[in-house]
Design a protein. Structure first.
Length: 286
């Protein structure tokens, strides 16, 4: 989602801490103070230093000066991030409760009035309510094609949120998510929009472990009148022979070809690999 603007190092530290559980950011703040304070107050033996050591002493003094400032600045930034973490999560619960009340039109209106940050927060909170462990990839810097990473039952899922009001989400967004899923070995993925999806996007997701959730469906889910969000079952979950005895890829369903491992513990051994590699990394034993 091309939306992040350039930020300062202090902003980056606060944003990073805000993505952590608040207690972890607080613990890091105390640990940073203890470490930097110890270095800033350590004695320096200048009298016994030799002339050739002056460069080292100057560098050490510069680091000491940085530690004297950092022993207060870094903990403050981490604590601000911890406070932001508490506020963000509390606000996301409030937003989720707001979207869950009233009829579907009210829920849609509430989602359209949100910022993209708030939209991602309520989506993340909704997945948490379903038992997923959620990692947010928002904040400064590019998001790598995903906004949320989910863990449940030992499986990893990726989520891309599009809080678009008028424009339909096209196939390019779905293709990008599918590419990131393949590179990270994710089990499935979700593209969630407050609006709608084009026919091409819906066609591309068909037969793949990608679930498209539009605004109407998301509103029903948050109001408790829709089924639990889950990736659709992929028809090729096991090795299926295709014409000519060629295997079908368990990830994307395309034909597989025989390859030879060139490194690792299986060097020299043959295996079935998806012909779409590296876009798809599906493999099977030969």
């Amino acid at each position: 989602m091309a939306r992040k603007k350039k930020s300062s190092s202090a902003d980056d530290i606060i944003a990073l801490a805000a993505l952590m559980p608040w207690w972890l950011a607080v613990a890091l703040a105390f640990a940073a103070y203890a470490m930097l304070h110890g270095y800033a107050t350590a004695p320096v033996d200048v009298i016994s230093a030799k002339p050739g050591d002056m460069g080292r002493l100057v560098t050490s003094q510069m680091l000491r000066t940085g530690a004297m400032v950092g022993q207060y600045l870094l903990p403050v930034l981490l604590l601000l991030g911890a406070l932001s973490s508490v506020i963000v999560r509390r606000r996301s619960k409030t937003l989720l409760a707001t979207a869950a009340t009233g009829d579907q039109a009210d829920a849609l209106q509430a989602m359209h009035a949100m910022s993209w940050q708030e939209f991602e927060q309520i989506v993340g909170q909704h997945f948490r309510s379903q038992g997923y462990s959620v990692t947010e990839h928002g904040g400064p810097g590019p998001d790598g094609g995903i906004d949320l990473a989910l863990e449940k039952g030992g499986e990893r899922f990726l989520v891309q949120c599009k809080q678009w009001r008028a424009v339909k989400v096209g196939v390019t967004i779905v293709r990008e998510l599918y590419g990131v899923m393949a590179s990270q070995g994710a089990t499935g993925g979700f593209v969630i929009s407050a609006g709608a999806f084009t026919a091409d996007a819906q066609a591309f997701s068909s037969g793949r472990n990608i679930e498209l959730i539009d605004g109407g469906q998301l509103a029903r889910l948050m109001r408790g009148s829709g089924p639990e969000i889950a990736p659709r079952a992929h028809p090729a979950t096991a090795a299926q022979p295709s014409p000519g005895g060629v295997k079908a890829c368990p990830l994307c369903g395309n034909h597989m070809v025989v390859r030879t491992a060139k490194r690792g513990g299986n060097t020299g051994q043959n295996f079935w690999g998806c012909k779409r590699y590296p876009a798809c990394r599906g493999t099977l034993s030969y």
